[in-house]
Design a binder for this molecule. Sequence first.
Ligand code: TYM
Length: 333
Amino acid sequence: MAEQQNKKRIFSGIQPSGDIHLGNWLGAIKNWVALQDAYICVYCVVDYHAITIPSQAAELHTRIHNACLDLLACGIDPEKSKLVVQSHVPQHTELAWILACFTSLGDLERMTQFKDKAAQHAQYVSAGLFTYPILQAADIAIYRADAIPVGEDQLQHLELAREIVRRFNNRVGRDILPEAKDIVTKGARVMGLDGASKMSKSKNNYIGITEEKDAIWAKLAPAKTDERRKRKSDPGNPEDCTLWSYHTLFTESEADRDWVRAGCVSAGIGCVECKRCLLENIDRALSPIRERRREYAADPARVEAIIREAAAWCRDEAEITMRDVRAALGVRA
Ligand code: TYM
């Protein structure tokens, strides 16, 4: 118990906006799993963030459930960590309103993710999409988290989250909310199968972590490789090929990697052989995840109990923070 109290806190979140993919896994979730012993961890399916763009109730409901299953399948261990759904803890949105009053429009306008998403959904840009980073700041602050494991694309939001709590603390004259540092997975900005942008749910350029081997092959087979390799006899450069970047992440055997690299630069092997080798290695890495997912999916009552229990713990923790925050503001003492 004493050991538990001395542990620092981790928070991180993922949107239930589609299948969890290799980018999420390698950029964030693998790290979440690795940190479970050393920290008190809260991992959150951020469903209120997902409604910042248009969504359908039935579909979102399924996606929230699937995201929970996927995270458990990846190795989030309910004995060690809290797996919580954001909307189950209303204090997230209460704190978000308060922090909105400590955030400037200029800060929000600078966010590159807002600019990208606003361009993607140009026909209707909600105020929720604009204030998204404030809810993210609240997610972190509500648990008084010390550190946030994320992929590189979240760094700007985390920098702003620190700025917001700094401003809040300054104005109320007390350090009530901690500034959480980021833990970034080095080099893990996983590119999408199109080779043009980062792997993402919205761009449909991803491999899902629970996809079966056939489905993975259906995506790998047509994937773009080094453009110089128009024919099998054309040599290529692995550094210009997205699939090589996947080999560096999934092909553990140095001999296999050497075979692919040498075969590519000498045109000794074709892209299909390179992709077949990659398929085997991705499939091997994902197979325990699929297996664990099947086990959890077969026991919905267990999953439900895990989520419910985590939410109760999280609400208590969040309320501790909110009592201090409300008192500091002079409301609802
Ligand atoms: P989201 O749902 O887009 O992604 C979840 C995590 O996956 C990482 N990630 C990637 N890493 C490497 N390569 C990629 N191609 C790639 N795609 C996604 C993300 O960096 C992230 O760590 N705003 C957040 C969710 C959030 C949150 C929070 C995160 C809400 N509140 C508080 C941290 C703390 C998001 O949209 O993540």
